[in-house]
Design a protein around this ligand. Structure first.
Ligand code: PEP
Ligand code: MN
Length: 338
């Protein structure tokens, strides 16, 4: 349920309504917008049906929410959410944010070289996995905490924000100590314990869409994090499973404008895991920006031939550099900055 307040509602009136909602055993979330202040209410809506909140001073209307997600919805918050990733990097506004780096942190040198290249090309965020969700238990699983140390050191040295995956609720505290942004991989989009744990932090979160998840399920996963109190969620479309097997996944490009309609959260695209082939990454990247994405996360490796994971879909630095040039012109044409 969403309580829309009158434009002239006073602080006392707002506090009174919040108190009342809490007394009813429900959880209020206040959202102060430029034009309107809104209170999202979590809990069984039936309670509010018998307690007419419309009569409270300061309330303009009370709207039941039909969508199962509330806090992530545009109804709850009309303006786009702009999320602070650290430094001066903010996502969800006019600036398009490019995240790039190797699939996995393999050693200090490879990560450092990749970081230097992506920085030179204009990326703002360094990616690299220390805990890797590999399909086979016999392939490289990541360096764990050692990798996180390299990521933090290199990010600080080069002035790049860092993003890395956390797979296990028990590792949230550890990964939070080293990384600026926590990535939830597609295989863990419905790991509800992980979502709850991350909801208790204030860390920015990159929530990837599950490979067989609907947009509604994806938004429900985001809702878990917001319901826990963490509103710093960025959604990431990374391709879904379809009958098409030429590409690793099928990039659901329409999810970008759909998310923009349904939610105030920023949405970015991962063309690398969608395509599974580096040659397709530039076209998908441009399509993503044209569709309205707030950013991209792209795999870049200084020497893909030797990569320990996802070399096939990783751009060499020169190709990434060329792509960034094209994206810059495109961003300008779209009235955005890069
Ligand atoms: C990754 O970013 O390296 C990754 C494993 O992505 P996804 O969870 O989308 O497969
Ligand atoms: Mn990868």
């Amino acid at each position: 349920m969403i309580i829309v307040l009158r434009p002239d509602a006073t602080q006392d009136q707002i506090s009174h309504i919040i108190e009342k909602v809490k007394k009813l055993g429900l959880k209020p979330h206040l959202s102060k917008g430029v034009e309107r202040t809104i209170i999202g209410v979590i809990g069984p809506e039936d309670i509010l049906r018998v307690t007419p909140l419309e009569v409270f001073p300061g309330v303009e209307k009370v709207m039941p929410v039909l969508a199962p997600y509330k806090l992530v919805s545009r109804e709850f918050k009309r303006e786009d959410s702009i999320i602070d990733l650290g430094g001066d990097v903010k996502i969800g506004g006019r600036e398009i944010i490019i995240m790039a780096g190797p699939c996995a942190i393999e050693n200090f040198d490879v990560l450092f070289r990749a970081a230097q290249e992506i920085k030179k090309a204009g990326a703002r965020v360094l990616r690299g996995g220390a805990f890797k969700p590999r399909t086979s238990p016999y392939t490289f699983q990541g360096l764990g905490e050692e990798g996180l140390k390299y990521l933090k050191q290199i990010g600080e040295e080069l002035g790049l924000v860092t993003v890395t995956e956390v797979m296990d609720p028990r590792d949230v505290e550890l990964v939070s100590r080293y990384a600026d942004v926590l990535q939830i991989g597609c295989r863990n989009m419905q790991n509800f314990n992980l979502l709850r744990e991350i909801g208790m932090t204030q860390k920015p979160v990159l929530l990837k869409r599950g490979m067989s998840s609907t947009i509604k399920e994806w938004l429900m996963s985001a809702e878990y994090i917001l319901a826990g109190g963490n509103f710093n969620v960025i959604l990431c479309e990374r391709g879904i499973r379809t009958f098409e097997d030429f590409t690793r996944n099928t990039l659901d490009i329409s999810s970008v404008p759909v998310i923009e309609q349904l939610s105030h959260l920023p949405v970015i695209v991962d063309p690398s895991h969608a395509a599974g082939k580096w040659g397709l990454v530039p076209a998908l990247s441009k399509a993503a920006l044209a569709a309205g994405a707030d950013g991209l996360i792209i795999e870049v490796h200084p020497n893909p031939e030797e990569a320990l994971s996802d070399g096939i879909q990783s751009l060499v630095p020169q190709k990434f550099y060329d792509l960034m040039q094209d994206l810059r012109s495109l961003a300008k044409a779209l009235g955005r900055e890069l």
